[in-house]
Ligand binder design. Structure first.
Ligand code: BGC
Length: 847
């Protein structure tokens, strides 16, 4: 019998159908556009999503349904489905670490092209918050702790994406710097702090890069929720910056009718439903919202559509397709930030005949952060797999590789290797999903290859979001070793875990504080079963999803041999003791860095610190690679030969790491965030609202600005990073009419920086320019990053870069005047390689 759901296929996993290009052209006279073809309801209909990811179409305006997808580290599309995978790019903190807007623009263009291939019109990216606290769950989605670096990288990203003919929705305007109570907290910050820090990247994306969409966040700023924040939406964004595009609500962030419409929100997502529609029409008819405001919103929507199509015409039809894997690999290596490299520990050369690759993340790297930013990748090699392949291709030398995880970092039972699973019905490799009605009738079934699934919509009727139907995930698992195995069933709701027809566990998991946790770290029930190597066991997870109205629904299967951590550690130490070098890949565990919740501490989880120390005690050439999107504590940093940050490098993690370790590519990264020596040194650590309020009391002193003021010594300072060659900074020349200039908004400073590559291989240096203002006002930073430039040169060669220090670097926001002011005085312009290594300087006088 054909089941009802299959007849409606392809719904699960369906991508939006290709839509015809838009006409009229981008030269559209929006102000003069005749909207009279539409009545009030017809116009308002266009302003709320038609579904979770699409806006409505309107033939009379030649408007097709604009489709949206999350970014920023890949284009997921409108489904999370392993059958419609996406390129998984280095996370934004990794892109920040490149300090390379040119490369980031290339990455952006590739994302835009992939979005087009998936029929996506608006990419919900980039995330341009500052890393106010290193514990921020979504810190990996941000580029940096510094507004100037963030702005430079973010503007390049937007330009890149939009040049391919896809609009960027820059998010989340404003001050969504942490996750705890993100739906409701009220950020209290002085206007100078907003102006000099948090608005800067948004301003660059809008004014310099022409971002077509801005997404307003869930939180409030200074008492008004961001979808109702007239001061920041209409006042700053639209009136002051002249933003001509549309303001889009974060998902379910619009929670009122008139207030949002009046404040400057233009588009409500998702839909259908929500606070606009008939309620907004009634408000207009009652004279509470002027109809011109509705027309303005429609025009802004058409502006977005026009921008997309204008760029598409310029980019051409060919600008659609999968991102080039070579670019992913290059970007991940360019982001790798080498922090310490004693006695040439890296790169690994022919003298390494036996290499120990150790650590939980060597075997299971965390390639991306959790939440809406995650994508099902098109493929990925672990560091162990990639390094083995790279070593096997070495012509002259044979290096033996031994791999040991050393310890565990997971909290939920890990998903099994798909190669160990078969669909119990078809016998094909993979798993089986079934959807059953409340009474048990089969509504639909699918053969799949993943072990975790997420839906925002498109489940068979009666399953999820209030329905009584169940989702069932089945697989036949083949054990690889003798002994007890942990089996986990994950999901939010009523779970039943069955092994070989016997119910092993049953229970109800709690509803998480934030809906997105349901897809990142849903509750789990567990059982332990004894298996012999080669034995097959049929495992079934049945979930009756919790009865909630919105948010994703996930189901998950985990199976792993019960770990013996003492034995794992001992095996790792043995491997390290017998090797010429030991690479230890530690870092975040699965589901530790995510949207929806903040991290609890900066320490590496589990026994990772102990593992690093134990390996370093037996091997002098211990190289630690930290695989995390945000800072972790590195108490062993002085006791190992080398340390590097790989960030969350996306699906090219393994290959890029092999390239860097073997010296095929130079590690190109510089820290976009300060790495603290101790939690207590961080200017802002926890970001937990007090009575619903988050006071940004530290003012301007976040990141290195706070470290410089307190005098605390970072473990590694902002901007620091080593390549495989060394550089001298030969000269800093002030261009133009001398070092004394009138102060003011036009007073930029042009510098020419000259550096020399002192080493024996080509490399790229990142020279950073900081401005140190004259007075010692303790509430202001000692110095701030003002500009930066990459210098590329071959061995012994010099390279020059011209940089512009903008007038703003010599200005500050004056609360009383409500404007920028440019105080006269002597400013020290410092140049060098990190916020704590600035060997060159020039004194500039503003009169
Ligand atoms: C996130 C946004 C995301 C949206 C759609 C929200 O919960 O905050 O960043 O774009 O969901 O997935």
């Amino acid at each position: 019998m054909k089941n009802r759901y299959d007849e409606r296929a392809p719904r699960l996993g369906a991508e939006p159908a290709p839509s015809p290009p838009l006409d009229p052209d981008p030269g559209l006279d929006l102000a003069g556009l005749d909207l009279t073809a539409l009545d009030l309801d017809g116009k308002i209909r266009l302003l709320t999503g038609a579904d979770n990811w699409r806006l409505p179409a309107e033939d009379r305006l030649k408007l097709r349904p604009l489709a949206m997808s999350d970014g920023p580290a890949g284009v997921r599309g409108v489904v999370m489905d392993e059958r419609a995978p996406s390129s998984s790019l280095p996370c934004p903190s990794a892109l920040g670490a490149t300090w390379d807007p040119g490369l980031v623009a290339e990455v952006g263009r590739a994302l835009g092209a992939e979005a087009r291939a998936k029929n996506i019109d608006i990419l919900l990216a980039p995330t341009v918050h500052l890393m106010r606290t290193p514990l921020g769950g979504r810190g990996f989605e941000c580029f940096s702790e510094d507004p100037v670096l963030t702005a430079g990288i973010a503007a390049a990203y937007v330009r890149g994406v939009q040049s391919a003919g896809v609009a960027c929705a820059v998010k989340h305007y404003l001050c969504n710097e942490s996750e705890t109570q993100r739906w409701t907290y009220d950020v209290r910050a002085a206007e100078s702090v907003l102006r000099e820090l948090y608005l800067v990247p948004f301003e660059a994306c809008v004014r310099e890069a022409g971002a077509a969409v801005v997404m307003s966040g869930y939180n409030s700023v200074n008492g008004a929720t961001m979808t109702e924040n007239t001061t920041l939406l209409r006042g700053v964004l639209k009136d002051e910056w002249g933003f001509a595009g549309a303001v889009l609500s974060d998902w379910h962030a619009a929670r009122s009718t008139e207030a949002t419409a009046l404040a400057g929100l233009d588009l409500v997502m998702p839909g259908p439903g929500g606070p606009w529609g008939a309620q907004l029409a009634a408000a207009v008819r009652a004279g509470l919202v002027p109809e011109e405001l509705i027309d303005d919103k429609v025009r802004r929507l058409l502006h977005v559509a026009g921008t997309i199509d204008g760029a598409r015409k310029e980019a051409g039809a060919d600008e659609a397709g999968r991102a080039d894997p070579e670019l992913l690999r290059r970007a991940a290596a360019a982001a790798f930030t080498l922090l310490r490299n004693e006695d040439g520990a890296l790169p690994l050369g022919g003298d390494v005949r036996r290499l120990a690759l150790i650590g939980p993340n060597a075997v299971h790297p965390v390639t991306q952060g959790g939440g809406s930013a995650s994508v099902p990748p098109t493929g990925a090699l672990s560091p162990a797999q990639a390094l083995r392949a790279a070593l096997a291709s070495q012509a002259e030398v044979t290096t033996e590789l031994v791999t040991e995880p050393g310890c565990i970092t997971w909290a939920a039972v890990p998903e099994p290797d798909p190669a160990t699973l078969v669909d119990p019905v078809t016998g094909q490799p993979g798993t089986r999903l079934e959807f059953r009605a409340g009474r048990g009738d089969l509504l639909a079934a699918e053969h799949r290859t993943a072990t975790m699934f997420t839906w925002w919509d498109n489940l068979p009727e009666g399953v999820g979001w209030g329905g009584q139907g169940r989702i069932i995930l089945r697989a036949r698992f083949r054990a690889g070793q003798d002994g007890p195995h942990l089996v986990g069933a994950g999901g939010v709701g009523q779970l039943t875990l069955t092994v070989d027809g016997t119910v092993q566990a049953q229970g109800r998991t709690p509803v998480p504080a934030d809906p997105v946790e349901a897809m990142v770290r849903p509750g789990e029930i567990r059982a332990t079963v004894d298996l012999r190597a080669g034995q097959e066991a049929e495992v079934e997870v049945a979930l009756l999803p919790e009865n909630w109205a919105q948010g994703p629904i996930s189901i998950r299967l985990g199976v792993v041999p019960a770990p013996d951590e003492d034995a794992m550690l001992a095996a790792a130490v043995r491997a390290a003791a017998g090797a010429d070098a030991a690479v230890v890949v530690v870092g975040s565990g699965p589901a530790t860095e995510s949207e929806g919740f903040d991290r609890l501490g900066l320490g590496l989880t589990g026994r990772q610190d102990e593992l690093v120390r134990a390996v370093a005690a037996v091997n002098d050439r211990t190289i630690v690679v930290v695989n995390s999107g945000m800072p972790v504590l590195m108490p062993w940093a002085d006791d190992v030969a080398a340390v590097g940050c790989a960030w969350l490098p996306g699906q090219a993690t393994g290959e890029a790491l092999a390239d860097v370790l073997l010296g095929r590519v130079e590690p190109g990264g510089r820290l976009p965030v300060t790495l603290p020596a101790a939690e207590a040194d961080c200017p802002v650590l926890h970001a937990i609202p007090v009575d619903g309020t988050l006071h940004y009391d530290e003012g301007l002193l976040i990141g290195y600005r706070g470290f410089d003021r307190s005098g605390a010594e970072p473990r590694f300072p902002f901007g620091h990073g080593l390549g495989y060659t060394t550089w001298s900074l030969d000269s800093v020349r002030v261009e133009g009419p001398g070092q004394t200039r009138p102060a003011g908004p036009a007073a930029v400073l042009e510098l020419t920086l000259t550096g020399r590559n002192l080493g024996e291989r080509p490399g790229r240096d990142v020279q950073q320019v900081y401005v140190r203002p004259p007075d010692g006002d303790p509430s202001r930073p000692v110095r701030t990053l003002a500009a930066f430039a990459g210098l590329t040169a071959g061995p012994g060669e010099t390279a020059q870069a011209r940089v512009t220090v903008p007038a703003r670097a010599f200005g500050r926001w004056d609360e009383a005047a409500g404007d920028w002011v440019y105080p006269p005085g002597e400013y020290l312009v410092e140049v060098g390689w990190s916020s704590r290594d600035l060997p060159a300087s020039v004194l500039v006088t503003r009169t």
